[in-house]
Design a protein around this ligand. Structure first.
Ligand code: NAP
Length: 252
């Protein structure tokens, strides 16, 4: 029987922010497809370790605060120690909410640093290794509906996620012919810490829910298939896309 084009056995995936939410769900989905997981983040990864273990895949954690690029070289070195990293999922991200008119420089910088600056330099550092041995790899950026839309009260988040979509396209153009696929996933509204404030605001919750054609908030497990696709040989000719996984939100 021919191998599945979604088979990730023998591959290693580095997932940032893998301790919870979408990062955890993506790590588990990649593990279920056969990939070993290097979970990178600033919090304990025990829960993710247990879930990846249940999938029968190898797991390692690398502790790092990604609010600056200071740990980037160490992260890449530690992650690559036992063998090369084939897949990078740039998932770690934060959001700060305030009216644009009151928005502070601190909230601007904090979001841009995690969501865009560290993402770029971590990708650069890992891509240098992927290019050096000529075997290429897969980069998956976790974008947002705010890569396409404006939103309200989240100026630095919208700027960072719109920037990430542009960066995805630029890197795809530079690296497609060199064997690295760079793509993004744009999650819709998912049940995670990131959306806690929206879900606990009754009016916002109802307004959001009424606009989602699928009729429910996304569960983290509903993001995994798109990540497996973009991490696997099935997407070898896919470059520079921002793939919405949004219950139909953008189709509305
Ligand atoms: P989440 O539960 O808040 O997860 C965010 C992840 O990023 C956590 O693992 C968090 O670690 C990590 N992180 C944040 N700052 C970090 C830092 N300085 N160093 C290391 N790790 C850091 O929210 P989520 O929804 O799963 O978010 C994951 C990604 O999806 C984000 O990029 C987010 O923008 C994006 N997204 C989410 C939605 C949604 O509806 N939920 C929609 C569109 C896009 P800690 O737990 O230690 O803080």
């Amino acid at each position: 029987m021919a191998a599945s084009p979604f088979d990730l056995r023998g591959k290693t995936a580095l997932v940032t922010g893998a301790n919870t939410g979408l990062g955890q769900a993506i790590a588990v989905a990649l593990a279920q497809a056969g990939a070993g997981i290097v979970a990178v983040g600033r919090s304990a990864m025990d829960e993710t370790q247990a879930l990846v273990g249940q999938a029968g895949a190898p797991f390692r954690a690398v502790l790092a605060d990604l609010s600056s690029i200071e740990p980037v070289e160490r992260v890449v070195a530690e992650a690559s120690e036992p063998g090369r990293v084939d897949i990078l999922v740039n998932n770690a991200g934060i959001i700060r909410r305030a009216d644009a008119i009151d928005f502070t420089e601190a909230d601007w910088d904090a979001v841009m640093d995690v969501n865009l600056k560290t993402t770029f330099f971590l990708t650069q550092a890992l891509a240098r290794r992927m290019l050096a041995d000529g075997r290429g790899g897969k980069v998956i950026n976790i974008a947002s509906l705010l890569s396409f839309q404006g939103g309200i009260r989240i100026p630095s988040y919208t700027a960072s996620k719109s920037g990430l979509a542009g960066l995805t396209r630029l890197l795809a153009c530079e690296w497609a012919a060199k064997g690295i696929n760079v793509n993004a996933i744009a999650p819709g509204y998912f049940v995670t810490n990131n959306t806690e404030a929206l879900r606990s605001d009754e009016a916002r919750n109802a307004a959001i829910l009424s606009r989602i054609p699928a009729g429910h908030w996304g569960e983290p497990s509903e993001i995994g298939g798109a990540a497996v696709f973009l991490a696997s040989p099935a997407s070898d000719y896919v470059h520079g896309i921002v793939l919405p996984v949004d219950g139909g939100w953008l189709a509305r």
